[in-house]
Design a protein around this ligand. Sequence first.
Ligand SMILES: [Zn+2]
Length: 52
Amino acid sequence: MKTFVKCEMCNAELPADKCVFATYKKVIDGKEYTFCCIHCAGVFERRKNENK
Ligand SMILES: [Zn+2]
């Protein structure tokens, strides 16, 4: 069975079982989010902060 995780920002499907380093994880406000790259993580975090 294949496990996929999704990038919270661009919805890209990332194969979680292939390589852990293919995903970028970041904890924002105490919750762990998964992204495809550091760029998506940065945009997501900025948008979240703007909504506060
Ligand atoms: Zn992404």
